[in-house]
Structure formats: C-alpha cells, structure tokens
Design a protein around this ligand. Structure first.
Ligand code: DAH
Length: 359
C-alpha cells in the first residue's frame, strides 16, 4: 500500500480547503469510519505478524501527520473566521452618542434615582409595596381605625364598595406609609428603608393631581431618637439640594402613626421671585415625620420596649419642582413633548454622589 499517494491526496485537499466545512470533509474522508486511513488501520488486523510489523509504523505515521495537519488547518481557519468577525463587527466606542437621541428621563424618575443614591450611601435599601392596597395596610395597621377622621382627610379611592371585611377591602394607596407595615412584618430589625412610589387621592388643582409620588423612610433599631431623624433629614436635604447651609425646623404635628409627630420646614429665601433653599429668612414645609407610634410597632409584632424607630413621608413631585424650577404640577403628567424635552434628563445622566446628584 502506497502511503505516499494517500498523504499527497489528503494534504493537497487540506491545502485547497478554505472553510471549516471543507476541512471537516477531508477529516471524514481520511479518518472517518469509512475513511481511507481508517481502512488502512483496519487492514492491519488481517495481516501476518511479520508484514504487520513492517507496514504498521508507516500507517501510524501517516495517521498522525494527516490528523495534525487537519488540526492545524482548523485552528488557522478558526483564527481567520474570528478575525473577519472582529473586523466586520467593530464598534467605535469613542463615537459620540447621537445628540438627537429621542426620549428623556422624566424628572420624577430622575429624583427617585437621586433619592436612592443619597439614601443608599446612608445604608438604606429601597422597599416596594403594591399600589392597590388593602384598607388594613393603608389605614388600620397605621393606627387609623375605621371611623377615624384622618380617613376622610385622605380623599381615598376605594376599589371595592365600602363595608365588608376591612382586611380585604381594597383602596388605591393614599400614601407610601403602608410599605412601612409590609417591611416591618417581613423583615427583622434593624431596618433602614426608603420606599418611593405612586400614591392616589381624589384631588385635582394646580398643586394636586389624583396620582402623585411620595417617598417613605423608615428606620427601626434600638435606642433611636428624634435626633437621628433630624440628622438623617439634614444630611438628605443637603445632598439633594446641593447646599451646605441648610436649617431644618421641626414643628409639632399629628399623624396617627407617629408619637411625637412633626412637620419639617426647610429654611429658604426668595430672590427676585424665585425660591432658594438655604438661610432662614423664610420657611417651606417639605415633609411629615415622627417617631413610629408604639401601636404601629405592636401591629407589626415588634416589642416597643425593645425597638424604636423614626419615619418620614415626603412628596417627590414637590421636591422635583423645588429643585428644578417647575411651577405647575399638572404639567408633570401631560406628556407634552416640549415639556419633557425641556425638563427631562439624558439617559446617561445617572445621578452619583461624587458628581453631585443633580449634576
Ligand atoms: N403618610 C403621611 C402623608 O401622606 C406622611 C407621613 C407623615 C409619613 C409622618 C410618615 C410620617 O412616615 O412619620 O401625609
């Protein structure tokens, strides 16, 4: 058997092969089940021992040479295929983003991202709850029993007729405070969360829309005091408005789920008709807060002798208006492209503490 002829045939075929499929065809023809070299190797079994000794080394050498030539060709074709792909799929990352990219981030989304960034730095996680809530989470667990006048204050949208079982009556949540309850019932203290989201009240004028946004804050730990609340709010307001000269004023107030409850004003000034955060020549109410009422802790299965906490609730839309200078809340939800182009943010303007969250 002339191994040289076979060698010449396979190596020439390999040489001519220009695709991985063509190489595979050579491999099958030479080394496949019915391949030429495979047949040669099989023929060894039928030979007399003397003859086998004579020809076997040449057969094996042929097999090795052809299979390593196939491997080498596969590798070089693979490299060529990869190089062709790399050349054709090149992406120039230094190209500028199209300046006319459509769409923008709504100021509400931007402010929510800013809040998450600021509070994440203070060790707060972001919590969520449903917008269609049960009466129990929205009111009763927050120490607002049925018949409590605070229910009337909330202009609630009831999703099911009144009456029936209080635990199952559904409402559109009127505030983000039910997320406090859900978090305390599902997590063990210490707890530090903020819960931004949509809330609903049947109310509509220049400063009220039936859907608006709040952010809730909740801290539960041992030995928590109003001092912790004030420091946290001051730190938040400084970072959010990017001013160091921040004075907060806590006024006693009433919320059924706090004891004591406070309303928080931030010092500000008016310059040529525009409001500036800082100083204390004027005051602007920005949020409600307080120490979590012991009845609320008990409703969530926490022992008030062991755990204390503070909470706050703040309108996000108002924060955005104050920071970015919009005057009419209704325009937030009109979907007017001229407005969103003017007040919207670029998709790459991700707020970071290091760059200033409003940068
Ligand atoms: N839920 C209240 C509202 O919508 C705001 C609020 C006040 C939230 C005091 C709190 C709080 O967590 O402690 O008017």
């Amino acid at each position: 058997m002339n191994t040289d002829a076979l060698r010449g045939e396979y190596l020439a075929a390999l040489d001519a092969a220009s695709t991985p499929d063509a190489v595979e065809a050579v491999r099958v023809a030479a080394l496949g089940k019915a391949g030429g070299i495979t047949q040669l190797m099989k023929s060894l079994g039928g030979m007399a021992p003397d003859e086998r000794l004579k020809v076997a080394p040449a057969f094996q050498a042929l097999r090795e040479e052809v299979s390593s030539a196939i491997e080498a060709k596969k590798a070089s074709l693979g490299r060529a295929v990869l190089e062709a792909r790399l050349a054709s799929e090149r992406l120039d990352l230094s190209l500028p983003v199209s300046p006319s990219a459509p769409g923008s981030i709504h100021p509400i989304s931007q402010v929510m991202d800013e809040l998450s960034e600021i509070f994440a730095d203070l060790g707060f996680a972001v919590a969520e709850g449903p917008e269609i809530e049960t009466d129990w989470y929205n009111f009763t667990a927050l120490n607002i029993p049925p018949e409590h006048p605070a229910r009337a204050m909330h202009d609630t949208f009831y999703a099911r007729p009144e009456g029936g079982d209080e635990a199952s009556r559904m409402v559109l949540r009127t505030h983000t405070s039910p997320v406090q309850i859900r978090t305390m019932m599902s997590e063990k203290p210490p707890i530090r969360i903020i819960a931004p989201g949509r809330v609903y009240r049947s109310d509509s004028d220049a400063t009220h829309t039936p859907m608006f946004h709040q952010v809730e804050g909740l801290v539960i730990d041992r030995g928590i005091t109003l001092g912790h609340l004030k420091w946290t709010l001051e730190t938040f307001v400084k970072a959010f408005f990017e001013v160091d000269d921040v004075t907060l004023r806590l006024r006693p107030s009433f919320f059924p789920f706090t004891e004591p409850g406070v309303e928080v004003d931030v010092g500000c000034s008016w310059e040529n008709g525009t409001l500036k955060i800082g100083g204390n020549s004027s005051w602007m109410e920005i949020l409600g807060a307080g120490m979590v009422h012991r009845k609320v802790l008990e409703n969530c299965g926490l022992d008030p002798a062991e755990w204390q906490g503070f909470a706050f609730g703040c309108g996000i839309d108002r924060l955005a208006m104050l920071k970015y200078g919009m005057t009419d809340l209704r325009a937030f939800f009109d979907a007017d492209l001229r407005w969103t182009r003017h007040f919207g943010f670029g998709a790459l303007d991700v707020p970071t503490l290091s760059a200033g969250v409003g940068a």
